[in-house]
Design a protein around this ligand. Sequence first.
Ligand code: FES
Length: 121
Amino acid sequence: MQPLGSLNFIIGRVIRLLELIHAGSLKTLGDEGVRVIKGASHAIAVFVHENQVYAVDNRCPHMGFPLHTGSICDGILTCHWHHARFDVKSGGTLDPWADDVSAYPVEIKEDEVWVHPVPVK
Ligand code: FES
């Protein structure tokens, strides 16, 4: 029989995987440019770039540098440690020595930004 504490932990984890994560208002995010939110298992960097909102795992898949400190130009997110580049929309890497970064679906409802806790890939 499953101990009740473990069952509650599992239920809590499943609920977190079903709930959208509020990232803030579109205006605030637009003013800030990037914000880090707490995901179900990892921190997520939410970027506003060219009037679109994107969300990726905040850990660079190369060596874990925080991607929210990177820069975006023409849809390409560049990590500032070893300069790995990622398509900010899909998370796909442009450099063969770095893995893809997980990208999260984003929804905008009544000017509020919500991020799905489960990445696309
Ligand atoms: S940690 Fe990001 S490129 Fe190396």
